[in-house]
Write a protein that binds this ligand. Sequence first.
Ligand code: KG4
Ligand code: ZN
Length: 334
Amino acid sequence: MNIIGIETSCDETSVSIVKDGFVLCNVIRTQKIHSKYGGVVPEIASRQHENHIINLINQALISTSIDKKNLDLVSVTYGPGLMGALLVGLNVAKGLAIGLNIPLLCINHLEGHMYANMIDNDNISYPFLCLLVSGGHTQIWEVSRPGIYKLHAKTIDDAAGEAFDKGARILGLKYPGGPEIDKLSKNGDVKKYNFPRPKVKQSKFDFSFSGLKTSLLYKYADLKKNGDIIRDEDLAASFQEAIIDTLIDRIIKVVKYTGIKTISIAGGVAANSRFRYKAESVLRPKDIICYFPKMEYCTDNAAMIAYTAYQKSKTNNYSALDIIPNPNLSLDYV
Ligand code: KG4
Ligand code: ZN
């Protein structure tokens, strides 16, 4: 079965072809233009998707030598994400489905991130916990079987990826900030500055990252005012450590509560090298096993969409052609 996947929910235009569960290609075009503005500009994102989507589809078909007549299913992200951006991908997908007379299967982007961990990895068995940690989400879900999700933890303000992006902005780094802070931190001292490990009064599982960014802002301003030598590497490393320690702390708490020791890490922040290192050095000795997606499947990509469609196509629940995007889709609405 040849499945084409289309992803246009934010600032990556991506097309993938998955054949019988194997990823044949995963072309991604990241819209660098947004770094100029310090964040994604929705209108520009939609226009960029519109400019590039057809070329990327052709690239994917040519690189896999698959004729479009041999496609069996079109899959596409229909939420969450930016409305205008989602519309571009969804309408192209509908056009392909109608033109080729094949079914359409709309995929929840968050479920795509979760399934990204299962591409080329059949070690994850149910039940497991899923830490969804991206630019818009920081949540811990219990996945008892395919499609059955129970929320245990969520952020009450900023997402972890958003904290990376806002922190990077304070340090004068470009957008997206996560990879920049990750890189800079490699030469920094994680203990040089003391940032809080934020807790939420009402819940021992929930996250709150907005105060952390304010701490960084004040720390940076204080150091400047006092004329201290500022090593951005140390600031970045100490700030990153506070985010990672908080994620690790909540994983441990939810593991204790549920008794489930298998964790699938999903979303852009899964690419963080310090997080990957600490998951191994702190969690593994506690018999908590974290699975991280391959690097190319951490941030937004269409392979995870086509692969999720492959898993879901087994039940044959295709989408109606009048489906509309849902910018606020949650993981338990699939
Ligand atoms: O999943 P994703 O590509 O898009 C959303 O669905 O939000 O995640 C993007 C987020 C951004 O906030 C970005 O800064 C963060 O993932 N990110 C990272 C790293 N790579 C991407 N955060 C920390 N370390 C990284 N290496
Ligand atoms: Zn994403």
